[in-house]
Structure formats: C-alpha cells, structure tokens
Design a protein around this ligand. Structure first.
Ligand code: S3P
Length: 170
C-alpha cells in the first residue's frame, strides 16, 4: 500500500508519517530527507547553492523515483511538492491514498515561527509577517492540496489521535 501525506510546511507530515508507517509496519520515506541523502547536502544548502528551480526539478525526479521503486510505503512530501508541474497528478496516479493534513493559517504560522531555520522559503520573514505570508501562500497552494483523496482536519489533535483517524481512512 502506498500512502502519501501532503500539506503546508509544519503541518506534521514527517512526524505523523513516521508513526503511521511504524503502526502499519511498512517503510517510511521523508522526501526532503531522501533528497538530502541523495545529494549529500541539506535542503537549505541546495536552495542557496543551486536555487529553487533546481530544487523543484530534483524534488520532481525523486518523487517519481520513490513512488515507482516502492510497493509499500508511507511517503511524507515537502510542503511545495504537490504544487509544481505534474506532481499532484503523479501522486494521485501512483498512490492508494493521498491525504492532505489541514491546519488553520495561524496554527501553521505559529509552528513555523519556531522552526524557520531549516525552511529557506520562510527563514527571512519576520514572525509578525508570517500569518499574512502563510495565508496568501496557502491560498495559492490549497487548490493542489485539495485534490488529495482525503482531507484530514488536524487542528487540536495529538499525533496519536491523527494516526488513529488516518488508519480509518485506509
Ligand atoms: C518547502 C517545504 C519544505 C522543503 C522546502 C520547500 C515548500 O518541506 O521541501 O524547504 O515549498 O513548502 P516541509 O514541508 O517539510 O517544511
């Protein structure tokens, strides 16, 4: 079974994905970590040395590779993965379940304000400007996220509760 988690930065894709894979007893892949290990460089370094367009090409190739090479996997994508090129189509055509982890703008902005360093797209945005930035960005991206097979409302729930709810969708 292939399960793909999508959603904005800091929506919990990696921590929820890891726990879900463990519970289902199947493999787990975090797309950002996969890219970092293939390139032997951090996402931040790839962005600063090669730029975002290079990163998006790489992200597209790695998404394709991971979905074709694994029969059974929980894959946590990067926040932008479904929003570029044909990536959302690739996800829909090559997974059994795609799940959008949905959270309100303010929750995301708060979480991001504590974890900006490893996120090149937001690291130069002042905390006071984050709600507006995230609001606009999410408005652009939501059309892609909303194509997921399932939408899971994550507000106010623990990771364990979310994993239990997720398992009911599979
Ligand atoms: C990005 C999100 C990041 C990472 C890169 C770009 C985005 O992943 O892929 O910094 O475009 O939203 P997370 O969603 O895990 O932060």
């Amino acid at each position: 079974m292939k399960v793909v988690l999508i959603g904005y930065m800091a929506s919990g894709k990696s921590s929820i994905g890891r726990l879900l894979a463990n519970d289902l007893d199947i493999g787990f892949i975090d797309l950002d970590e996969y890219i970092e290990s293939e390139m032997q460089k951090s996402i931040t370094t790839i962005f600063s040395e090669k730029g975002e367009i290079f990163f998006r090409k790489l992200e597209h190739e790695m998404l394709d590779k991971v979905l074709h090479e694994n029969e059974s996997v929980v894959l946590s994508t990067g926040g932008g993965t479904p929003c570029y090129g044909e990536n959302m189509k690739t996800i829909l055509n090559n997974s059994d379940h795609s799940i959008y982890l949905q959270l309100p703008v303010l929750t995301l902005a708060n979480r991001i304000s504590n974890e900006k360093d490893q996120r090149p797209l937001v690291k130069n945005i002042e905390n006071k400007d984050l709600p507006e930035f995230v609001g606009k960005h999410l408005f652009e991206r939501r059309q892609f996220y909303a194509q997921a097979k399932h939408i899971l409302d994550c507000e106010g729930k623990t990771i364990e509760e979310l994993v239990s709810e997720l398992k009911l969708l599979l």
